[in-house]
Design a protein around this ligand. Sequence first.
Ligand code: AHR
Length: 315
Amino acid sequence: MKHLLTTAAFVAFGASAAMAQTVGFSQIGSESGWRAAETTLTKQQAEERGIDLKFSDAQQKQENQIAAIRSFIAQGVDAILLAPVVATGWDSVLEEAKEAEIPVVLLDRQVDSDKSLYLTAVGSDLVHEGEVAGKWLVDAVAGEECRVVELQGTTGSSPAIDRKTGFEQGIAGADNIEIVRSQTGDFTRAQGKEVMESFLQAENGGKDICALYAHNDDMAVGAIQAIKEAGLKPGEDILIVSIDAVPDIFLAMAAGEANATVELTPNMAGPAFDALDAYMKDGTEPAKFIQTESKLYTQDDDPQGEYERRKDLGY
Ligand code: AHR
């Protein structure tokens, strides 16, 4: 099996460097509650393992992430965690990290670079998440005509691309369901609300919309506000299905204002540090993709209890 590090470089870590001591983390930003929880958990995981985590918030900009990675390389970190804002444009900087013999682990999003340029990627099956959401809607409308509006995530990001594909696969064959409008809300509440307002306006004040599919819960929460301000009942007049399972969507579900969410665990760092530990200890190559679980929650799944269980977890 081909190791990312050369044998000489691997030996150079030596017994005392059996674990990563210093890890750089290039985080996208804080666009959503889910992202905030991922940041909190990554910092907690690092602290528990005695890792010095160098954290960099890219404020949604790929150029900031590239600059952060270059800075981590210059500082000689043992490993780098990267949550890539978009899927393209990483080849050069990943090659620089490889050249410097620093393993890179991708968190929660994918890149289109050659797999040899990173050690592993930890994340969920993003297409499957969208498919689960689509299938939920097929069952929920039970053959009734349903005009769907879609709030996409950040343009060019792997979850926006894959969750769209997955949802389309989920509703394929259901001729009663049609996506009539689809636009990015950039994974934020504010843009979710703003774009939903324009959807409502364009669709007879919302009367012609049967369901909203949002690529994350934060956009759904923003859209719920817009629907209420338009005088409609979210969760009844317009069905709401989204992804992440953040505490606020459970509050909305408990109030009958949202219908379903697909969970994405924010603990990507645990499996990432485990993989790095094994790799740095004896060269164990992790699988190229370490998949986390995705679970569907509906109003029948004790949403108030789910809110209580999650509300202090850093979201
Ligand atoms: O990459 C994961 C997505 O990014 C989450 O679903 C979303 O909330 C986030 O910001």
